[in-house]
Design a protein around this ligand. Sequence first.
Ligand SMILES: O=P(O)(O)OC[C@H]1O[C@H](OP(=O)(O)OP(=O)(O)O)[C@H](O)[C@@H]1O
Ligand code: HPA
Ligand SMILES: [Mg+2]
Length: 183
Amino acid sequence: MSNNMMDDLEKILVSETEVASRIKELGEAITQDYAGKEILMIGVLRGAVIFMADLARAIKLPVAIDFMAVSSYGSTTSSSGVVRILKDLDEDVENKHVLIVEDIIDSGLTLNYLMENLWSRKPASIKICTLLNKPDRRKVEVPIAYNGFTIPDYFVVGYGLDFAEKYRNFPFIGVLKPEAYEG
Ligand SMILES: O=P(O)(O)OC[C@H]1O[C@H](OP(=O)(O)OP(=O)(O)O)[C@H](O)[C@@H]1O
Ligand code: HPA
Ligand SMILES: [Mg+2]
């Protein structure tokens, strides 16, 4: 793997300016839809952190933030559907308007589990906001209220998304060269 991350890039799928203007639009839509309410944004660690930081600042309403970390059992992260909570919320969600923030929805298994888990805690509402949606890989349907971009079935990195913990700090969404995976 090259020391210069840019050398590992095959192409840019969504540019930095496209991401920024889409986040602005999402923030405006959320601001309108939740007028008069307070939002509890729940970020799914770790990939959602960068998107969530920008989205929060595009919303012109009171926003609280909290985080969950989840993991599937075994190495086949998004194939088993068995999800385990590694870090739970710090605060109660009862009667709160929950906005789950994700970087990507792929099989849908992570969010399917999270939705069920969070509904059992009696929030006032739950909606999902994802930066990326990869419907070709879907195994279970999840209701997406706010979607940044629908993308084809590429393994993407950047804007929070990693390959082996790398490339999360790309300010765009990119696709890696095969060599970058093969080492
Ligand atoms: O729809 P799914 O098939 O469930 O896949 C999507 C999930 O997988 C990725 O997380 P990952 O487990 O890579 O953790 P990370 O955010 O720490 O990279 C991504 O950030 C989503 O949380
Ligand atoms: O395309 C992806 N890239 C990085 N992480 C992911 N987790 C699910 N899909 C992806
Ligand atoms: Mg990951």
